[in-house]
Ligand binder design. Structure first.
Ligand SMILES: Cc1cc2nc3c(=O)[nH]c(=O)nc-3n(C[C@H](O)[C@H](O)[C@H](O)COP(=O)(O)OP(=O)(O)OC[C@H]3O[C@@H](n4cnc5c(N)ncnc54)[C@H](O)[C@@H]3O)c2cc1C
Ligand code: FES
Length: 281
């Protein structure tokens, strides 16, 4: 498997590049999407599913997935849930603020394996942050893929993310989009139930379909159960793991599972690879 050490000189692994916040949108009271442009004018050069380490001087550094597609020129977006020190300071930033960015790191989604196939994308909660990058990428290269289905589940209507894009996808003939919320309210007219309830409703050809699943760990076991009922092979089920990370570049060992560095060889794995790692999913 390709490692970051092979493609980047060591100094670049540790030295953050300065990036300016050029746009901020509030997604929910606890989640914001930030658009950045590098001070040196260069591109991030990521693939969907990769992450960056964002540093704030005097506060710290956190791994955050790139939420925009590399098909978008000049800027990149990171969607961030406010949970603690770094993310709280990020949320307090205004347009024009500078942060440090290392990366992109990790393997990203296997675009070559998805090429020409039907694709079933399943996002639970903020799993949509990294998966959105892949959705945008696929829609920008639509003719390279077969049937594309996106399923999204949020805990409540108030926790739905990227409302404009959800609306766009629900009306687009390019993608079959279905969503659900765990618990509805008076205003919600859509599906109610956990995300696994959507899987039996979609029509897929298991011989042609690759499934890409991103969400909280608890979701994986149940989603995998439903995908197996649909006849998908372990090699055709792709999952992104969110492990505790520090360096992001295979040096500190924080992210290891049985000798495999998730920050480098992951965070994206097939279910077959995870079973070999004896990783419980
Ligand atoms: C590969 C990868 C991609 C990620 N992508 C995103 C993203 O796109 N958007 C986003 O909002 N978050 C993402 N995260 C999670 C994000 O890195 C953590 O929420 C963040 O580091 C917390 O830092 P903090 O200083 O704000 O919180 P801290 O003050 O360090 O901690 C606050 C709370 O968050 C918990 N926490 C800290 N780090 C993690 C972690 N890695 N995973 C789960 N819980 C954690 C702590 O246990 C504590 O309860 C990603 C994590 C990884 C490993
Ligand atoms: S985060 Fe340091 S080795 Fe993976």
């Amino acid at each position: 498997m390709r490692t970051i050490r092979e493609v980047k000189p060591e100094t670049e692994l540790y030295a953050p590049r300065l990036a300016e916040v050029v746009k901020i949108d509030e997604l929910t009271p606890n989640e914001k999407v930030f658009e950045f442009r590098f001070k040196d004018g260069k591109e991030l050069g990521h693939r969907p599913g990769q992450f960056v380490e964002v540093s704030i001087m005097g506060t710290g550094e956190s791994p955050i997935s790139v939420s925009s597609s590399p098909t978008k020129d000049g800027t990149f977006q990171l969607a961030v849930r406010n949970v603690g020190n770094v993310t709280n300071t990020l949320h307090a930033l205004e347009r024009g603020a500078m942060v440090g960015i290392r990366g992109p790191f990790g393997n990203g989604f296997p675009l070559e394996a998805l090429d020409g196939r039907d694709v079933l994308l399943i996002a639970g909660g903020i799993g949509l942050f990294p998966l959105r990058s892949l959705v945008q990428y696929i829609l920008d290269r639509r003719s390279s893929f077969g049937k594309v289905i996106l399923l999204f589940g949020a805990r409540s209507p108030a926790e739905r993310l990227f409302l404009d894009e959800l609306d766009l996808w629900s009306r687009s003939p390019e993608i079959e989009f279905q969503e659900t919320v765990d618990k509805g309210d008076e205003s919600w007219k859509g599906n109610v139930g956990v995300i696994t309830t959507l899987i039996p409703k979609v029509d897929i050809d298991p011989g042609k379909t690759m499934a890409v699943v991103v969400g909280p760990p608890i979701m994986y076991r149940f989603v995998i159960g439903e995908l197996k009922k649909k006849g998908l092979a372990d090699e055709n089920i792709i999952l992104s793991l969110e492990r505790r990370m520090k360096c992001g570049v295979g040096k500190c060992g924080h992210c290891q599972i049985n000798g495999v560095y998730v920050c480098q060889e992951g965070p994206v794995f097939t279910l077959a690879q995870l079973r070999n790692l004896r990783e419980a999913v």
